[in-house]
Design a protein around this ligand. Structure first.
Ligand SMILES: [Zn+2]
Length: 112
């Protein structure tokens, strides 16, 4: 026979983008809730973020694309999805010329 006890569980009901402050909720399907990104990590010994520091971030889909879009690996459902990813990378290259660039094409085909 199994025995049970009641527990209190916390559930995320809203998320605010750290970049643009957009509030996203699961009930508002246009808010970006289902494509939001949240990350959280603890800096280890010698971490570039500081030993033991907590690093966290919440981004809406628009800010995810605008900040990290050039490095996102987007698997297209259709052939023109590749063109979309290349356009994202081109936009990034034009805006942030002094920033690191994502790899292009398969290994060994560097166009440098
Ligand atoms: Zn945002």
């Amino acid at each position: 026979m199994l025995e049970y006890e009641n527990k209190t569980v916390q559930e995320v009901v809203a998320c605010t983008c750290d970049r643009c402050q957009k509030r996203m909720t699961p009930d508002d399907h246009d808010s970006g809730w289902h494509e939001r990104v949240s990350l959280s990590l603890w800096g280890g010994f010698g971490s570039i973020f500081g030993d033991g520091n907590k690093v966290s971030l919440d981004l809406c889909p628009q800010c995810l694309r605008d900040t990290l879009g050039a490095w996102l690996r987007i698997t297209p459902p259709e052939p023109d999805g590749l063109a979309y990813q290349e356009r994202l990378r081109s936009e990034w290259d034009g805006r942030e010329a002094d920033r690191p660039r994502p790899p292009r094409g398969p290994a060994g085909s560097d166009d440098a």
